[in-house]
Design a protein around this ligand. Structure first.
Ligand code: B12
Length: 263
């Protein structure tokens, strides 16, 4: 995807119809709708994804929701704008933060815009649900407030039929332990986005061991800085690179954990 072009600039050069309509779809990128030749649907899809990407970076939550709806009307699957526009844009925001081009306020508004888009997609991503295939307790670890990735994992797990108890962000080891006692999950998911909070995963696993609950659950960890190696080092059972892997691995873990929940 070329993210450098300015869609507003582009559209100003296009001779719109007087009534502003595109002559094709009522939704979607006006620019591409006009110039795209028949069968140029691909271009239209690329254009709307590019606009969503740009609006996440600009922190335009309203614009993102509107464009996501348009993308869906154009026939894109929910996964396309999610992965190729929303998630891709957050990676770009992270890069800019690292280069000191962006600061916390920009990250925050981008995160809000991303969430607005996810809100539109949420019912569609979860619609494959087929009843509970297992219970997952999940949260972002102590000291960490990042929840976008964790929320995507929650959504995908729910979509795959898991019952998910989401403890939110900045979850202490004690709260995780308490939730395991209360909900008897087969899986425990922990998310961390900061190198400084990754170690909270280790201390949470230690607290679970101390409480005598470790052999009853599969511990799954994830988040941008988390790796398979780190997961192995801290004694987690499963590492998930992304939300899809989280679902796949949760399902794979199921046979070995069936019946191991606390009753
Ligand atoms: C948005 C954002 C914020 C927002 C968070 C809003 C929110 N509600 O989440 C705000 C502005 C609050 C924020 C704050 C901070 N942030 Co910040 N943030 C980001 C940013 C740009 C995007 C994160 C994101 O949402 N990504 C999109 C999601 C979809 O991806 P994901 O989280 O990785 O999740 C996927 C996978 O990892 C996986 N996954 C995630 N969780 C789990 C769990 C399980 C069980 C499994 C299996 C899988 C899994 O699946 C997900 C979906 O595919 C990242 C940059 C980046 N590239 O990660 C920086 C980043 C994480 N932040 C960073 C920093 C430094 C901070 C602050 C310390 C800044 C400051 N000076 O205050 C604070 C810390 C606040 C705190 N105590 O937590 C650094 C961390 C550096 C480091 N090495 O530790 C990053 C990497 C930016 C950078 N490049 O420097 N941040």
């Amino acid at each position: 995807m070329n993210h450098n072009a300015n869609s507003e600039g582009d559209s100003r050069r296009v001779p719109h119809r007087r009534d502003g309509s595109t002559g094709l779809l009522n939704s979607g990128s006006r620019f591409y709708a006009i110039i795209a030749p028949k069968g140029g649907q691909q271009l239209m899809h690329e254009a709307v994804k590019r606009e969503i990407y740009d609006k996440v970076i600009a922190g335009d939550a309203q614009g993102v929701s509107t464009l996501i709806s348009q993308a869906l009307e154009q026939g894109l699957s929910p996964e396309e704008p999610l992965n190729e526009a929303l998630v891709a844009a957050m990676a770009e925001v992270g890069d800019r933060f690292e280069k000191r081009e962006f600061f916390v306020p920009e990250m925050l508004v981008a995160a809000r815009a991303m969430k607005a888009g996810v809100t539109v997609l949420r019912p569609l991503l979860g619609e494959e649900g087929v009843g509970s295939v297992g219970t997952v307790v999940i949260g972002t670890v102590a000291g960490d407030l990042h929840d976008i990735g964790k929320n995507l994992v929650v959504m995908m797990l729910e979509g795959a039929g898991f019952q998910v108890i989401d403890l939110g962000v900045d979850v202490s080891a004690e709260t995780f332990v308490q939730a395991i006692r209360e909900h008897s999950p087969q899986l425990l998911g922990m998310s961390a986005l900061l190198t400084t909070t990754m170690m909270s995963m280790k201390s949470t696993i230690e607290a679970i061991e101390k409480a005598g609950l470790r052999d009853r659950i599969t511990v799954m960890v994830g988040g941008a800085p988390v790796t398979q190696r780190f997961a192995d080092d801290i004694g987690a059972d499963v590492f998930g690179q992304d939300a899809n892997a989280a679902v796949r691995k949760a399902k794979e873990a199921q046979p070995s954990v069936q019946g191991r929940g606390i009753s």
